[in-house]
Design a binder for this molecule. Structure first.
Ligand code: SF4
Length: 246
């Protein structure tokens, strides 16, 4: 069956994804979380006034960026009127405006904006994906939804594992979603107690990617000045240094 409609089908489909294109296709055909499927489709039907004349994608949002990335950026989930509309993660919303401007300053993106899937944006040495692949109401997936979606993340990390050196976790949810990856992808027991999330937090383990914490690029953080462009520049500068990216 092409579509994944149960947690077991997500596990099986993710495991047999031979490459990123195959994985992305599997993610796009996932219907395993009834609440999130209902929400992504309702948002796509009702739309926001500013996008009334646009066709929303209304499906899960795969990762974006080259398969030989040395840096991964792990987010929470797509935005209802951003990735859920455009089909590309952090594309067409204010969070993406801040994120891609920073990646461009860091030399990791060819342009500072990300407005549509066909806008010519490319990333260098960097792949972006989220812990949960469907837009959740209030940006809050349930623990069950997080766990159901995790096999997609685990397989994606497995596929880029040969080059992956650094993971930047955007926010506490993404930080927490990284620990199961250590077991599922790297066969390692996560540290106990878990290191606390914070902006600039850095965790290192043996033979696993370095983990950097960064406040999420949400409007709540960027509009209030909790997260500034300078703070993002510091994190991506550190990520490049650790990943040995020029
Ligand atoms: S959140 Fe993940 S597991 Fe759930 S329906 Fe979307 S892609 Fe599938």
């Amino acid at each position: 069956m092409a579509e994944s409609r149960t947690p077991d089908q997500v596990v099986a489909r993710a495991a047999r994804s031979a490459d990123l294109a195959d994985l992305d296709a599997g993610v796009s055909d996932c219907f395993a979380c009834p609440r999130l499927v209902g929400w992504r489709e309702e948002v796509a039907r009702t739309r926001r006034a500013a996008f009334r004349d646009q066709e929303y994608r209304g499906r899960p949002v795969p990762g974006f960026g080259p398969g030989d990335a040395r840096i991964a950026i792990l987010g929470l989930a797509p935005a209802a009127h951003g990735g859920n509309r455009t089909g590309r993660i952090f594309t067409g919303d204010r969070s993406g405006d801040v994120l891609f401007a920073a990646l461009h300053r860091a030399g990791l993106a060819n342009q500072p904006t990300s407005v549509a899937a066909d806008d010519g944006l490319t990333l260098r040495d960097t792949r972006i994906f989220s812990a949960v692949r469907c837009a959740p109401p209030d940006n809050k997936p349930t623990p069950d939804e997080r766990d159901t979606c995790a096999p997609w993340l685990h397989r994606e990390v497995t596929l880029i594992r040969p080059t992956l050196r650094v993971v930047v976790a955007l926010g506490a949810f993404a930080w927490a979603a990284w620990w199961p990856v250590l077991r599922h992808v790297y066969g390692q027991r996560p540290p106990s107690p878990r290191p606390a999330f914070g902006h600039g937090a850095h965790w290192s383990g043996a033979a696993v990617p370095e983990l950097l914490g960064c406040y999420h690029v949400s409007q709540q953080n960027t509009f209030t000045g909790r997260l500034t462009p300078g703070m993002l520049d510091d994190v991506f500068g550190r990520a490049k240094q650790l990943a040995e990216v020029d």
